[in-house]
Design a protein around this ligand. Structure first.
Ligand code: AMP
Length: 219
């Protein structure tokens, strides 16, 4: 199963990708996670990407595409993959189509997570990530998710941190960039018959079920 999760910042792409990984046993490929790892390791790619990420702008297409090309060449993607946060603009979507055509592995579906603006802002303000295992939490959700669970990486309680680009000014810019550059992909994929719109308001479990039903049920 080869899928793209499309949606604004805070729509739940990361959280739901992690659920779908567990359900279908295919890897999540998050360009945001790959870029954050490069920044924290201080690699050349990370140094080039850092300023754009801090400003809420898109990182250069050439950098992102070479990262994706390398990742899609890995053996673990042969059984499928979940693309999370990529593609982000039309040029990336066209490059992806070409890459997958060369690999003879076309996309099966593009799932668009639909969430209203107020809910996006609320989710982003509560979002925290475990600095050790990368699992995504939301401190505004009750009961506290994962409360009492131990991090599988360290065996200690999860170490929750807020992403540096989840501050108010950067979030506003990320939402503007989404509207301007990423939203047009909805029509791009609809015209190819790949788009499935998912109501992503409400609880995490309910949204996971909608995604799974959309992927496994009759069309
Ligand atoms: P995300 O974790 O998907 O919200 O991404 C965080 C930041 O990483 C974005 O605001 C961009 O600066 C950068 N980024 C992630 N994915 C891409 C992409 N496909 N193209 C360009 N920049 C990206």
């Amino acid at each position: 199963m080869r899928i793209v999760l499309l949606g604004a910042p805070g729509s739940g792409k990361g959280t739901q990708s992690q659920r779908l990984v567990a359900r279908f046993g295919i890897p999540q490929i998050s360009t945001g996670d790959l870029l954050r790892a490069a920044v924290s390791r201080g690699t050349e790619l990370g140094l080039k990407a850092k300023a754009a990420m801090e400003g809420g702008r898109l990182v250069d297409d050439a950098l992102v595409l070479s990262m994706i090309r390398e990742r899609l060449a890995c053996e673990d993607t042969r059984g499928g993959f979940i693309l999370d946060g990529f593609p982000r603009n039309l040029a990336q979507a066209q490059a992806l189509a070409q890459m997958l055509a060369d690999l003879r592995q076309p996309l099966d579906a593009v799932l668009q997570l639909e969430v209203d603006y107020g809910e996006l802002a609320r989710r982003i303000s509560g979002r925290r990530t475990c600095a050790d295992c990368g699992r995504v939490f939301n401190v505004l959700t009750a009961p506290a998710p994962g409360a009492g669970e131990l991090c599988p990486k360290t065996g200690a309680p999860h170490r929750l941190v807020q992403r540096p680009d989840d501050n108010e000014a950067t979030v506003a810019e990320r939402l503007r960039v989404y509207d301007e550059q990423t939203r047009p992909l909805i029509d791009f994929y609809r015209s190819q018959g790949l788009l499935r719109v998912i109501d992503a308001q409400g609880g995490v479990d309910a949204v996971t079920e909608r995604l799974v039903r959309s992927l496994t049920g009759p069309r």
